[in-house]
Design a protein around this ligand. Structure first.
Ligand code: ATP
Ligand code: MN
Length: 477
């Protein structure tokens, strides 16, 4: 007999059928009711056992965490809380789980404790829901781009240039670290290394994606990205996934339209396709909020917040305007910000971004036209000579979720900016080539996938939305 998934059975309205399911026991009550879960859905199926027909030695092995196979009849549920249940005729223990030492007990566990048991935390409702939403979001992203004529590009993970400029990099090497060959000035001689040069893990696929946009017009990357930034925040990982669309002939306004349309689409997609999981995560947040002081509680429940983003326009504000708002703001005047904004040109910290989004505009914000001095060399210089066509999308609770720009397509301007930033032309000769042969206006952005998953699931810490987080001092599992 074919195994049915619990998701299928719970949707079924056909009763009295012989069915077979396999899964992990969540609870076994009164030697009679097994709550069985196989991860296909948030919900458990109730398996009703007539204890007189089974050996006691078998019943003893139905413990939380054990893997079992159940055969029986699908019937209309006699009890409350479910429409169908299984009247069990046969039970097989597939894998025992010692209740004395199994860490995931049917009680509340802290997220910190579960992080230490990341190999088992996926068996809790919270993490299973988060990971199902994550998977569905990933599908929605590929679907959005595919449906809109984009091609997916797999840009390299090992990069030979350290000029991507987005963050600190991890070195990739096969050199003997105890005894690397050094040149006359005492520096490590990478010509002996695997690639004959110093190589790193990528911090962004953008530069390579740009070359593809200059041939396929609309492309996107969706891959792992690495940053050796030693920032122990709830929004930074050393290894994360990034989505980077890049579009030929798009200017900054088109880029904003794309970012907004794209984000709304994927959120709408999970609202429709992950309704159960999102409803559960919303309840989880409501419970969590009860233990917080009034002023730290969420203003909107999760689903309301997601619908709000889908149904409202993102506010577009220039950096200059944002700085004026911030300089005049109460937390700035009362020195409540950790970093006080004194003048035009200051870089914005997440506290400022969140003030603009959560206190001032009360909606997602797209900031654009930043000072050239605080943004990367490849962003297109405006006519004023001091701002660049950059844009950051800022979200409540998260701060920056998207960073993007219109790219500098003018050969001479780009070359000059590279020189000013001490970027060796020899390293990025191929990037400059795209401006030499058939250059064109083009734009793109990077969306941190985990920040999106955080926003959609309401999880406060980025470590809880990726299967096995990599952060400073932590690469377990
Ligand atoms: P931040 O200021 O928040 O560190 P950034 O300016 O370094 O971000 P970009 O280089 O523009 O970010 O990267 C594009 C996107 O990648 C960001 O908008 C964010 O969503 C995501 N991102 C950046 N760094 C990380 C990280 N360490 N962990 C997870 N996501 C990240
Ligand atoms: Mn960063």
């Amino acid at each position: 007999m074919k195994r049915s998934s619990i998701a299928e059975l719970l949707k079924s309205d056909k009763f009295l059928n012989e069915v077979k399911v396999k899964g992990w026991v969540r609870t076994f009550r009164s030697n009679r009711f097994i709550a069985l879960n196989d991860g296909s859905t948030l919900n458990n199926i109730q398996c009703v056992v007539d204890f007189e027909t089974f050996e006691e030695s078998l019943l003893k092995r139905i413990t939380t965490g054990a893997a079992i196979a159940v055969k029986g009849t699908l019937i209309e549920s006699q009890g409350k809380g479910q429409t169908v249940e299984i009247q069990v005729s046969e039970i097989k223990i597939l894998g025992d789980s010692d209740p004395e030492i199994y860490p995931i007990q049917p009680k509340h566990h802290s997220l910190e404790f579960l992080r230490e048991n990341a190999h088992l935390r996926i068996r809790t409702n919270t993490f299973a829901s988060v990971m199902r939403v994550r998977s569905t979001l990933s599908y929605a992203i590929h679907k959005y781009f595919t449906d809109n004529g984009f091609y997916n590009v797999h840009t390299p993970i090992i990069t030979g240039s350290d000029a991507e400029g987005a963050g600190e990099m991890f070195t990739v090497t096969t050199l003997d670290l105890n005894n690397p060959k050094r040149n006359e000035s005492g520096q490590i001689d990478f010509s002996e290394d695997f690639f004959g040069k110093n190589t790193n893990l990528t911090v962004s696929g953008q530069l390579e994606a740009e070359t593809f946009a200059m041939a396929l017009s609309k492309v996107y990357t969706f891959g792992p990205t690495f940053r050796a930034e030693n920032s122990n925040t709830s929004r930074h990982l050393a290894e994360f996934w990034m989505i980077e669309p890049e579009v030929a002939f798009n200017d900054l306004m088109d880029n904003m339209d794309l970012a907004e349309d794209f984000i709304k689409y994927v959120i709408k997609y999970v609202l429709i396709n992950c309704a159960d999981d999102l409803a559960f995560l919303e309840q989880r947040l409501i419970q969590e909020d009860k233990s917080k002081p009034q002023n730290q509680r969420a203003e909107m429940a999760l689903l309301e917040k997601l619908k709000f983003v889908v149904n409202n326009n993102f506010k577009r504000v220039s950096y200059t305007e944002a700085i004026e708002i911030l300089i005049d703001s109460t937390p700035n005047k009362k020195k409540k910000f950790q970093y006080i904004i004194k003048e035009w040109g200051s870089d914005l910290q997440s506290e400022h971004e969140r003030f603009l989004v959560e206190q001032h505009f009360k909606c997602p914000v797209i900031l654009f036209d930043y000072p050239a001095t605080i943004k990367a060399f490849y962003m297109r210089l405006n006519e004023d000579g001091k701002t660049v066509r950059a844009m950051d999308v800022l979200f409540p609770g998260i701060g920056e979720i998207v960073g993007g720009s219109q790219r500098e397509e003018r050969y001479d301007v780009l070359k000059a900016k590279m020189e000013a930033n001490h970027i060796d032309e020899k390293e990025l000769w191929w990037y400059l080539d795209t401006r030499k042969f058939g250059t064109a206006v083009h734009s793109g952005f990077g969306l941190g996938f985990e920040r999106l998953v955080q926003f959609v699931t309401g999880m406060g810490n980025i470590r809880d939305v990726i299967p096995f987080p990599r952060t400073p001092q932590n690469a377990e599992f």
